[in-house]
Ligand binder design. Structure first.
Ligand SMILES: Nc1ncnc2c1ncn2[C@@H]1O[C@H](COP(=O)(O)OP(=O)(O)OP(=O)(O)O)[C@@H](O)[C@H]1O
Ligand SMILES: [Mg+2]
Length: 496
């Protein structure tokens, strides 16, 4: 009677039926019988008393247990990154190389995943077909295309190690500056060449150096008309002190990614790429001029504010902080003082945020040089005789006054123009044509007429040619008559 085996399931089935019978007829076994404490023999005996054949629930000794219906495997969520290749799907993913790439992508920081997945989807793998033909099973897998590893550019690649190599007196950097400051000199090999013809304005140089020589230099704003030396001053300083110089111009089209940086995806790899400004601020001792800053988009200005205030840039996507390197000097330059442009000369100039302006320790106005300064620069640049340079500078001054009186709004002439005129007249060209080529052709029609009148009234081309050759000029005795003869002759008039 005991010659049979009970598997766990068979035993459970027998005990379930016995409990049901014990409930219906409790008196048969009595209260003292504890089913859960009973031995196999006691269970078989008790089952018999209850009218059940225990042997019919079991398997005869020596026989194999009947196959029980297998429960369907529950669908399991696999931790994807650690998923083992447990089925044909695994083999398929392995052979296609996708499994490897998926693993690579899953190692990336969260912020990189989107870029990688977008890149993966854009690749020319027939993903749809592969998905349709994959074996159906309960394994969650991620088919991805295989991609070659790429060399991610190092953001510090261009950063040069610079050291202080000595000091130079402030008055030696800026001739005419009467202060006894020792200014450190560095050895950045990319420092710009020093312009030997640069003529400093001692007042501007004094204010500039007072800020630039601080241990943590504060930003500055340089503003003034085109060609007045806003870029020349910091470039000259960088050249004299062995620091790199970065002139970065902003426009309406400059995005935050262009200027600060962004994530790029190549060959399935997502990596950070510095924008123009971040590249510059990583370089210790760099002198950085951000030109035309009032044209910048609002989101660029907001991010710039952070750099100027805290000397660090927080990457919005990751929260990572990129610090401005030691001794970096940042300047903003603009034709306007940050309050917009009423003259109409500087299209695109917007009002700058007050907080941005207040970050700038000083707001330096750059105007046109004095007559003697301009004449000196012209002599140095063109080797022209002093008398010719003085006469040319007088004419420049007449043009600027006409502009300031509102007679010719587009007539702005800087050292750029006077230098070019001096060089071309020295090359023997007709002064009236030269003035037309260098200045007139870029003006509005009505201002061209004003320039013509100013030239005809104030300049004698023959005199300029003679002075440029170092000859003394004496007006011919019959000059008045000759002028009368050509008066009204259109062909003889300049600027027609
Ligand atoms: N102090 C100076 N000594 C000698 N040359 C100068 C001086 N200042 C400016 N220049 C010359 O004048 C020209 C214009 O100067 P610069 O480019 O610095 O002007 P800018 O104010 O930056 O003009 P923009 O507003 O157009 O950017 C350059 O050729 C420069 O060499
Ligand atoms: Mg400039």
């Amino acid at each position: 009677m005991h010659n049979f085996k009970l598997t766990a399931q068979q035993r459970t089935a027998l005990l379930t039926d016995m409990r049901a019978k014990m409930k219906q007829q409790p008196h048969i076994l009595g209260e003292s019988f504890k089913l859960h404490l009973a031995s196999k023999a006691e269970i078989i005996e008790a089952a018999q008393k209850l009218g059940l054949d225990a042997a019919s629930y079991g398997t005869p000794a020596g026989a194999t247990a009947p196959a029980m219906p297998k429960p369907k495997p529950a669908i399991q969520a696999q931790p994807i990154a650690k998923a083992e290749a447990v089925s044909e799907m695994g083999d398929w993913a392995k052979s296609s190389g996708l499994e490897e790439q998926a693993d690579g992508i899953l190692q990336q920081p969260y912020a990189d995943l989107r870029g990688s997945i977008m890149e993966m989807l854009s690749e020319k793998t027939d993903l749809q077909a592969k998905l349709a033909s994959r074996p159906a099973d309960n394994v969650v897998a991620m088919p991805v295309a295989s991609a070659p590893a790429i060399e991610v550019p190092d953001v510090n690649e261009h950063v040069q190690h610079v050291e202080e190599t000595g000091t130079v007196k402030a008055g030696k950097i800026f001739r005419g500056l009467n202060v006894d400051w020792d200014i450190p000199v560095y050895n950045d090999t990319r420092a710009p060449a020093v312009d030997p013809n640069y003529v400093p304005d001692p007042k501007l140089a004094h204010a500039f150096l007072s800020v630039a020589r601080r241990a943590v230099p504060l930003p500055m704003l340089f503003f003034g008309p085109a060609g007045t030396g806003k870029s020349s001053l910091p470039r000259y300083f960088a050249g004299q002190t062995g620091r790199s110089f970065w002139n970065i111009t902003v426009s309406d089209d400059t995005t935050v990614d262009d200027f600060f940086g962004g994530f790029q995806v190549r060959g399935g790899t997502t990596y950070w790429s510095d924008g123009l400004l971040l590249k510059a601020v990583r370089q210790p001792r760099a002198v950085i001029l951000i030109d035309e800053v009032s044209r910048a988009r609002p989101d660029v200005l907001v991010a710039l504010n952070g750099i100027l205030q805290d000397r660090e840039y927080i990457v919005p996507q990751t929260g990572e902080s990129i610090a401005v390197a030691e001794g970096v000097q940042i300047m903003l330059a603009d034709n306007t003082n940050g309050r917009g442009d009423a003259s109409g000369l500087y299209a695109g100039a917007k009002q700058m945020d007050s907080s941005l302006l207040s970050r700038c320790a000083i707001k330096l106005h750059f105007g046109y040089p004095s007559k003697s300064q301009e004449s000196r620069v012209l002599r140095q640049r063109s080797n022209a005789p002093k008398a010719f340079c003085d006469s040319l500078v007088d004419f420049m001054s007449i043009c600027r006054k006409a502009h300031d009186r509102g007679e010719a709004p587009t007539l702005t002439v800087s050292l750029r123009e006077s230098t070019n005129i001096a060089l071309m007249v020295m090359d023997g060209m007709d002064p009236s044509e030269v003035v037309h080529w260098v200045i007139g052709n870029a003006l509005e029609a009505v201002d061209q007429e004003t320039l013509t009148q100013l030239f005809n009234t104030n300049v004698n081309p023959d005199e300029w040619l003679a002075l440029s050759k170092g000859e003394t000029w004496t007006p011919p005795a019959d000059e008045g008559d000759a002028e009368k003869q050509t008066d009204g002759d259109e062909d003889e008039m300049p600027f027609n």
